[in-house]
Design a binder for this molecule. Structure first.
Ligand code: UDP
Length: 435
């Protein structure tokens, strides 16, 4: 008799963005990092992962091995190029057909579980889980109702079709993974999720790449003056992330203290995404309008090792977003020893912990005040930096993946919100006993 552990193989669905893309521009961001990191750690723990994503260029092969145990499968659904995220709901049927065909070509019981990321993937995973008779674990990442309640000026509300699609996925999922208690409450309050099937599993940070380091060396590496005051923004350039709030706050700082112009550098790192501020020129125009061309540097997205140098080079990371379900950049900066000033929204209070300060609202005066206070107080920054490193240390991807795996095992064992005695079976569950 041999006992098969479960899950042996997980199908991850990430329709709209590929784990092979570089995060920081377009639709590639924290979700991509999440999928890559959890897939890698699952593979290291002996669980194979296959990630299904939409093919976006003719050159992409059917499969790519990300590392041993992690396979990316490209699925044809709609034209390769020029299809925006808004057009993807119309391609879900094609994507689902592609996933089903791949599933049908595998031996019986090939996938033990489906984990979908974002509602579009949840729609595909709903059918896959039903067809393969396996549990469906779903992560929302962002929610239309949450976003619509905190829209940035000029940002487009998410359409009702997305809200309906999200509701369906919430109902269909065996388990829902929330990044924070706050997200769990939003799932329950705004989407009527059954509280018993919501699990809070915080995401992580790559604690090998994002480490504290010498600030002077980091500044040299990224080309910043050693004696500058450096405020950093990292993220996709879109209204939701509000880099304009930081730029306006910088103008306020200089209005109060014009001598600061000699030393202030605001680095805005990331590529265009979404609507409104979708063209970097819009932000560049604002910089010109506020006469900040000598202060603000617009930096295109960078690889993660270089990003760590930017975090180390900064005095403070600013995260002025209108909403974040978590905000990975906040924890990455802290892991590099850089305190964070963040908007008190969504998951950011959790992500920041005691490694920074929170600002209510998006008034540039308030932001200038919060940033100026900390720039003027090096002792406080040193204390926050120490707390930041300690706070970030509790967010390794190993921990996230261990907790995901516990949930997967429970799900494999047949535990669901309607099943009893879930906790008793959280580890080492045999899927089947094969004679
Ligand atoms: N990122 C990156 N290079 C860049 C800009 C961003 O690798 O040039 C990564 C960043 O390290 C983080 C992710 O993109 O891991 C953004 O995640 P976050 O949760 O902050 O925002 P999201 O993209 O999910 O809205």
């Amino acid at each position: 008799m041999s006992v098969q552990p479960c899950p042996r193989r997980v199908a991850m669905i990430s329709v709209h963005t590929s784990p092979l893309e570089r995060p920081g521009t377009g639709d590639a961001g924290g979700l991509n990092v999440y999928v890559v990191e959890t897939a890698k750690h699952l593979a290291r723990a002996g669980v194979e992962v296959e990630v299904f994503t939409r093919r976006t260029t003719a050159a992409q092969p059917e499969t790519v091995e990300l590392m041993p145990g992690v396979l990316v499968r490209h699925v044809d659904a709609g034209p390769f190029e020029g299809l925006g995220k808004d057009d993807l709901p119309g391609q879900l049927c094609a994507f689902t057909v592609g996933v089903q065909r791949i599933g049908a070509a595998q031996p019986e019981g090939y996938f033990d579980l489906v984990h979908s990321h974002y509602w579009l993937s949840g729609q595909v995973a709903w059918l896959a889980a039903d067809r393969w008779q396996v549990p469906l674990v779903h992560s929302m990442h962002t929610m239309a109702r949450v976003k619509n309640a905190q829209l940035a000026e000029g940002d487009r509300p998410e359409p009702p079709g997305r809200e309906i699609g999200e509701e369906q996925v919430v109902r269909a999922a065996t388990w829902l993974v929330a990044n924070t208690d706050r997200e769990a409450d939003e799932l329950i309050d705004l989407y009527d999720a059954d509280p018993a099937k919501v699990r809070v599993i915080p995401p992580g940070v790559d604690l090998e790449t994002f480490t504290p380091g010498d600030r002077a060396a980091a500044r040299e590496a990224v080309g910043l003056p050693a004696d500058a005051e450096v405020l950093l923004f990292v993220g996709r350039i879109q209204p939701l992330k509000a880099p304009d709030v930081l730029v306006r706050a910088a103008a306020e700082l200089l209005r109060h203290d014009p001598s600061r112009r000699e030393r202030l550098v605001v680095a805005v790192l990331g590529g265009p995404s979404g609507s409104g501020l979708d063209h970097p020129e819009a932000l560049a125009d604002l910089v010109d309008e506020l006469d900040l061309a000598d202060v603000v540097r617009l930096v295109p997205p960078v690889e993660r090792a270089e990003l760590a140098q930017w975090y180390r080079a900064a005095d403070l990371l600013a995260v002025p977003s209108y909403n974040e379900s978590f905000g990975l950049v906040a924890v990455e900066a802290q892991a590099c020893g850089t305190p964070v000033v963040a908007a008190a929204v969504g998951g950011l209070p959790t992500a920041v912990g005691d490694g920074g300060a929170l600002v209510e609202g998006h008034d540039p005066h308030d932001w200038a005040h919060a940033l100026g206070d900390l720039l003027n107080d090096p002792e406080r920054r040193t204390t926050l930096a120490e707390q930041a490193v300690a706070h970030a240390a509790s967010y390794g991807w190993e921990r996230t993946t261990e907790r995901l795996l516990e949930l997967y095992r429970a799900a494999c064992h047949g535990d669901s919100a309607s099943g009893a005695d879930k906790q008793a079976h959280l580890t080492g569950i045999p899927k089947a006993v094969i004679p």
